[in-house]
Design a protein around this ligand. Structure first.
Ligand code: SAM
Length: 288
């Protein structure tokens, strides 16, 4: 049995550790240190700059909630923009929706994509080869700055935390462009951290987005690897309020998309219920 452990220093006085049973690859890319290792408890694990990004065992929680909730909330999404998400898991879930005609994925680090294809093939499955997928290696902020007005229905941001290359994806300029390039019912979703430990992230992101979107809300998911209780996924919409949805409508949309019974975390009830926030989390959203 391996005696090597990876210590993830999450906060100044708290972290978690994984036993590293086999290191599969280690590379210093132009943007970050990339490690993929095998763990008996979580399967293969992707680590960027010492921070756990995704594990094979629990990726379904995060990916299903980050994807199915915005797409089924919109209800008729044809054009989807994904920023970051180099492991390919969001791309795979987006392409599970037969109504999606085009999924553009913009990831800044081509090495994350290539290493994920080689060492994490289960996460994206066949999505990389889907003719509807357009995978671009580039900076998300540059892409949105150049994109045409109203050219997407849903934007999904699956980035690293707001430090380093991911920082620009949490700025006013980024959200302003996202609002401009989304259609009239468009919405954007991104991870806003674990509010028990990172309430600032949800509060600041929500305030920023309220400058450019009519409705700002958030929903929760319990992702075992992102320790500290619920993580929040922030959503900002140009159309209706995603926090007020009818479960029957969501179920019917999922049935039409062929998703019912095929997910491991997402269900119509969880979709609607996840917008019911514990008060300690709701306190970080602007009053609506
Ligand atoms: N699910 C993970 C989490 O929440 O910890 C994150 C997934 S990880 C694959 C996020 C990706 O965002 C990284 O591969 C990183 O290279 C990419 N990224 C960071 N900043 C970016 C930017 N400005 N434009 C595009 N992609 C970016």
């Amino acid at each position: 049995m391996s005696t090597e452990w990876l210590n993830e220093e999450l906060y100044s006085a708290w972290g978690q550790r994984f036993r590293v049973d086999r290191e599969l690859v280690r590379k210093k890319s132009d943007f970050q240190d990339i490690v993929i290792f095998e763990s008996e408890s979580h399967g293969r694990v992707l680590v960027l700059d010492g921070a756990i990004q995704i594990t094979e065992r629990d990726e379904f929680v995060y990916q299903e909630m980050l994807t199915h909730v915005p797409l089924l909330t919109h209800g008729a999404a044809k054009r989807v923009l994904i920023i970051g998400a180099g492991d390919g898991g969001v791309l795979r879930r987006v392409l599970e929706h037969p109504g999606v005609e085009k999924a553009v994925m913009v990831e800044i680090d081509g090495d994350v994509i290539e290493l994920s294809k080689t060492y994490l093939p289960k996460i994206a499955g066949a999505a990389w080869n889907d003719p509807r997928a357009d995978v671009i290696v580039g900076d998300g902020i540059e892409y949105v700055a150049k994109a045409a007005d109203e050219s997407f229905d849903v934007i999904i941001v699956d980035s690293t935390d707001p430090i380093g290359v991911g920082e620009v994806l949490f700025t006013d300029a980024f959200y302003q462009h996202c609002a401009r390039i989304l259609g009239p019912q468009g919405l954007i979703v991104n991870q806003c951290g674990v509010p028990f430990m990172q309430a600032d992230e949800l509060r600041e992101t929500s305030l920023r987005r309220a400058r450019f979107f009519s409705t700002v809300s958030a929903y929760v998911a319990a992702v075992p690897t992102y320790v500290g209780g619920f993580m929040t996924l922030g959503v900002a919409s140009k159309g209706g309020n995603p926090a007020r949805q009818d479960v029957g409508v969501v179920r019917e949309r999922a049935r039409e998309a062929g998703l019912l019974g095929k997910t491991q975390y997402w269900t119509p009830e969880i979709h609607v219920g996840s917008f019911n926030l514990p008060p300690y989390i709701a306190a970080n959203l602007p009053a609506s």
